[in-house]
Write a protein that binds this ligand. Structure first.
Ligand SMILES: [Zn+2]
Length: 320
């Protein structure tokens, strides 16, 4: 008998799944499409069906951890505001538990990416860890002594919605000046749009588009507009990071997500701006580093959550 936990990471277009041993070894992984039709009504059953069909006959399923792109208040466990997959308020835990008859534990996807990096990625041995994921938007997670700082409303670690420019760009959360309007794929595109409207007198055509890869490539070849965009976007990220670091004093700040692949073109200006804002005498080169697990961080963290919470449940039943 091979006892496994399954880590699930729900994204707006893909759901990633991985089966792990109780010692934390990833045994096999797969992915399915996210069906957002009818307000994401079929997602829970799609996950259950896919787990049933992928599990090997020798496997015994212990528990499941799931990362969602929304807030998950600790007490209720009900997902709030996962609008990208169609859920305003949704009891995913209860639904999957009913379908598979095992314990299911749900948390925010960036929180779980942070937990994954703490467990087996670039955040190992960090007593306090901050992870920022730069994707379309900006996600964040804080781990302290192996525990997610979730908060009563589930918004702990949400650095993407930290205000870095009062009265600035309107965010999907209905407030203005949030970090994720200034960095990430969306933030880069916003900044490019604003730059171009400032420079209407520029006659030459841009030789690149607003994708992150394209901007980074143009910056590397010395394109002025692209360099200005990266300069400005990393300035705002550095401001948010320095404030977060002053507040929680983490051992490491990990940068994950698609954009982080830009490496030095991003990390160099980021660390430079960070030094201006940071209170502490920290070397930004050792403090701010790339995450390691790539787009698998979420399933690692979800599996870790499933393992930790399951043993906590068992201990509780034993009265320990
Ligand atoms: Zn916001």
């Amino acid at each position: 008998m091979n006892v496994v936990v399954i880590g699930v990471d729900i994204g707006a277009s893909t759901i990633k799944l991985g089966a792990f041993t109780t010692l934390g070894q990833l045994q096999y992984k797969w992915s399915i499409k996210t069906n957002v039709a009818n307000n994401g009504e079929s997602i829970a059953s799609d996950i259950a069906t896919s787990i049933k069909s992928q599990m090997r006959t020798s496997d015994k399923l212990l528990s499941i951890g799931v990362g969602v792109p929304g807030f998950v208040p600790a007490k209720s466990g009900v997902v709030h505001g996962a609008v990208n997959v169609g859920w305003k308020e949704y009891n995913l835990k209860a639904r999957i538990e009913r379908l598979l008859d095992v314990s299911v534990f749900v948390n925010n996807d960036a929180n779980l990416a942070a937990l994954g990096e703490y467990w087996q990625g670039a955040g190992q041995q960090s007593e306090t860890l901050l992870l920022v994921t730069l994707g379309t938007g900006v996600g964040g997670g804080i781990i302290h002594r192996g525990e997610i700082i979730n908060g009563p409303n589930g918004t702990g670690g949400e650095i993407g919605h930290v205000t870095i420019k009062p009265g600035g760009r309107l965010c999907a959360c209905n407030r203005r000046g949030c970090l994720e309007e200034y960095i990430g794929t969306k933030g880069f595109a916003n900044t490019l749009r604003d730059k171009l409207s400032e420079k209407r007198n520029v006659t030459t055509e841009l030789e690149w588009d607003d994708s992150v890869e394209s901007i980074v490539k143009a910056a590397k070849s010395g394109d002025h507009v692209a360099l200005e965009i990266i300069e400005e976007c990393t300035y705002y990220l550095a401001l948010a990071l320095a404030n977060a670091v002053t507040l929680i004093n983490p051992n490491k700040v990990l940068i994950g997500g698609g954009i982080s692949a830009a490496r030095d073109s991003l990390f160099q200006p980021l660390r430079k701006h960070f030094s201006r804002f940071a209170l502490l005498e920290t070397d930004p080169k050792t403090l701010i580093v790339p995450a390691k697990l790539g787009n698998e961080a979420g399933i690692y963290g979800a599996a870790k959550l499933a393992l930790d919470r399951h043993s906590a449940e068992i201990n509780h039943l034993r009265g320990e």
